[in-house]
Ligand binder design. Structure first.
Ligand SMILES: Cc1ncc(COP(=O)(O)O)c(C=O)c1O
Length: 400
């Protein structure tokens, strides 16, 4: 017995060289700008402890029992009320399914929407976890470049007019992973119009939307769409970045016909998302004002980290690196002006005690070897400044 018994799909899903190298990012001597994960010091441990205790005391039997595949009714009602209240996105409790993180929403959507060979439009570069999930369904991925205003929808329109017929467009329009870019209002409207005209769905993946550090929020893509079964926008959301990813609670909102198909697919995958997690999540979020205050705390912690990383890059690289100026999320994206191969740079950088993710890891059609993703979420401002000086030393060493 051996790996020859694996299916051809499992055999083709190899671990990447970059992922293997990034195991070293956990070394204590390494300052990691690699992970796109929340700072665990910001988890509301006391509130979670109280929520677990209250859940077991008040609804223990239900919280430990099997539950509905579509998710805990109270949680879906809270999501519905809050999403209408917060950003105008219509979300009726029967047009959503609670998922095991938004990553599962993506997996389920792939299962019910993609046949092998179907064209799928994505941003280029795009979130690795989405590429991995989508590739499992053997589609043809079409990467559309992006700039500071997100996906270049004019380029997408040209490709559609030239005959491209995607079944869906997946994108992370707000504080994108990996570039931090936010799709402008004009492009949001343009993309919804293109989806209607060329008959494809938009998967709006939005786990970072609350983590805004400057300015006013933009309307979600879903709120620019028509409500109900004729809608073209499916929205994926998550508590991972605003509460705790270990809960694995996310949700997908979309047209009824699609939600029905997702519920059937989810039944086969895990019956339902952990009832215990959903009850605890509900206990926490239903406390008046808690989530809004907690998000303010997150913003107040992440904003100076973003500023420190940008300041460190400015100090150590000046105009040798072009960086975006993200107004939210967790990432700064850089492009080296002089040729630097960031995939080769990674092992040198680890020796210097700093980790990042090379741009090519996120590339779809266009190589991004001179680009780099730097996360500011998990390190304190002074460590971020130190990381940029280590990075400069690594670039120096690599270019000798
Ligand atoms: C753009 C994007 N989508 C989805 C996810 C998955 O999040 P979760 O499954 O924890 O909700 C992540 C996690 O990093 C992400 O960056």
């Amino acid at each position: 017995m051996g790996p020859e018994h694996l299916s051809s799909r499992a055999r083709s899903a190899q671990s990447s060289a970059i992922r293997d190298l990034l195991r070293h990012a956990r070394r204590p001597d390494v300052i990691s700008l690699a992970g796109g994960i929340p700072d665990p010091a910001l988890f509301p441990i006391a509130e979670m402890q109280a929520a677990f205790a209250a859940t077991l005391a008040e609804s223990g039997p239900d919280a430990l029992q099997y539950g509905l595949t579509e998710g805990l009714t109270e949680l879906r009602q809270w999501i519905s009320a809050r999403s209408e209240h917060r950003d105008g996105t219509p979300a009726s409790p029967d047009r959503m399914v609670v998922t095991t993180g938004s990553q599962q929403g993506l997996d389920l959507l792939g299962r019910v929407l993609i046949d092998p060979g179907d064209a799928i439009v994505v941003e280029d570069p795009a979130y690795i976890g989405a590429l991995q999930s989508l590739r499992g369904h053997e589609p043809t991925l079409v990467g559309i470049p992006l700039d500071a205003d997100g996906m270049d929808t004019a380029e997408l329109e040209r490709r559609l007019e030239a005959g491209l017929r995607p079944v869906l467009c997946y994108l992370n329009p707000t504080f994108q992973n990996p570039t931090g870019a936010t799709l402008s209002l004009e492009r949001r409207q343009h993309l919804v119009g293109l989806a209607r005209r060329f008959d494809f769905l938009i998967l709006e993946d939005d786990p970072y939307g609350e983590l805004r550090y400057d300015g006013q929020g933009l309307p979600s893509m879903a709120s620019l769409d028509v409500a109900g079964d004729d809608g073209v926008v499916v929205r994926l959301r998550s508590l991972s970045k605003v509460l705790a990813p270990g809960l694995r609670v996310g949700w997908t909102v979309g047209p009824g016909w699609l939600i029905d198909a997702l519920i059937i697919a989810k039944q086969a995958v895990d019956l339902h998302t952990s009832t215990l997690s959903q009850h605890v999540a509900y206990q926490v979020v239903a406390q008046t004002g808690f989530l809004a205050n907690h998000v303010e705390r997150l913003q107040a912690s992440y904003r100076p980290r973003r500023d420190a990383l940008l300041a460190g890059l400015e100090q150590n690289f000046g105009d040798r690196i072009q960086v975006n100026q993200p107004v939210g999320g967790m990432f700064v994206w850089g492009r080296f002006v002089d040729p630097v191969d960031t995939t080769d740079l990674l092992s040198v950088a680890l020796d210097q005690g700093v980790a990042f993710v090379p741009g090519d890891a996120f590339a779809v059609e266009t190589p991004a070897r001179d680009q780099i993703r730097l996360s500011f979420a998990t390190e304190a401002p002074d460590r971020l400044i130190e990381a940029t000086s280590r990075l400069a030393a690594a670039v120096e060493t690599a270019s000798q």
